[in-house]
Design a protein. Sequence first.
Length: 141
Amino acid sequence: MEITNRRYHVLIYDDDLKMVDVYASLLAKAGYRLTIRRGVPLDATAMSVLVPDLIVLGLLDEYADAGTGFIAQLRAHPDTHLLPIVVCSGDTERLHRLETRLLAWDCTVVIRPFKGEVFLAAVRSGLERGSILAARLPDAA
């Protein structure tokens, strides 16, 4: 399945402004529509207003477990349970501790630092997987 970037909306959540700039630069150059949020994430219900096709999520180090709590909320909510999430972090120890949960939540993980093409490939893969899953739903158009 070919992903045409211009129609996809990516929500970026990270508390590291430098990384937000990196994500935004790569994604904007690739033609994605962007929304950027910083700090404590919105709840899953508020996501229905933003309607992203994918979320790029830093683990929000400043807020300890806010990132994993946000993922759990998204996965538990009927409107966002299939929303693709790309988790980005340089904290390999923390990623290792969270590996089982991140796999169960079907998150893609990109370890920082990363090459731009690796990050963009993870985004494309998440969008493709999300499109396939949505197409399998009984009420999908």
